[in-house]
Write a protein that binds this ligand. Sequence first.
Ligand SMILES: [Zn+2]
Length: 299
Amino acid sequence: MKIDNNCCNICSFNEFELIKDKLRDDRVKYKVYKCKECSHVQLVPKPTAQEDKEFYDKNLQDKSRGKDIDYNKLVANNFFDTTRHVELIKQLCPDANCKILDIGTGYGFFVTELHNQGYKNILGIEPSIQRREIACKYSPAMVIDFDLDNPSKDIGKFNVITLFHVLEHMAEPIMFLRTIKKFMNPNGVFICEVPNENELLLDTCKSYNDFYWIRAHLNYFNEKTLLACFKKAEYDNVQIKYQQRYGLLNLCNWLIVGKPQIDCPVFEVDGEYKKTENFYKQQVESEGKSDALIAIARV
Ligand SMILES: [Zn+2]
């Protein structure tokens, strides 16, 4: 099907196949389509820059908007991802003097933990005022608002750039990756994590599928389309790693109750079921059906 004034965010083709006719949070304007040329999945129509600005200025993507932030609870709920991301940095760039840029820092959990682990040369970028203020209040790392396309000052180049669950929000993902490349040092590493559109639960659980598609996500990547995006942005050396974030209890909750564990998501079980959970995670990762994908790009 051709859709007027809309083309694929990756290959610019203009014929699509409908994937989902209702989003979780906007049941009128937007639908999810797959490009018939490169199979990239995206929101159609593409929101304008003004529509996205209003969406984020009103903080409409935030589940906790309008409520007081319980910082300690958020730290606890993000502990698994924070630790996992810091471990990845320690593995890929053990030199604690390296210069790190985190784009989309949020409340600053990752940059804070990096700092605690000895990495002192860190800059976080966070456009949301509410999140940035909280990050600045609690984090020893510097967190600023900064437009990478129109730099207001020289922030230099970086040995490590991280982009965790941000690329799927970008209207122009290829241009965004090209911009990021300009801030990388030679031999630098760029780590980009996104949800995986080939996730097992999407195919096996209808309530999860109804929950999955949201207004904030303009792109839904799988290994093939994420690699195509990086290739178009002229990255030559990109590896993909599959990463299962959510564990067995979350899986059981979806299959039995059909709802997310919003207040207290469980990423890991302790004790006797730990081995079973590790087996489950390794299994979906080896089949390419994990809930997240990590691109590791070197320049
Ligand atoms: Zn395409």
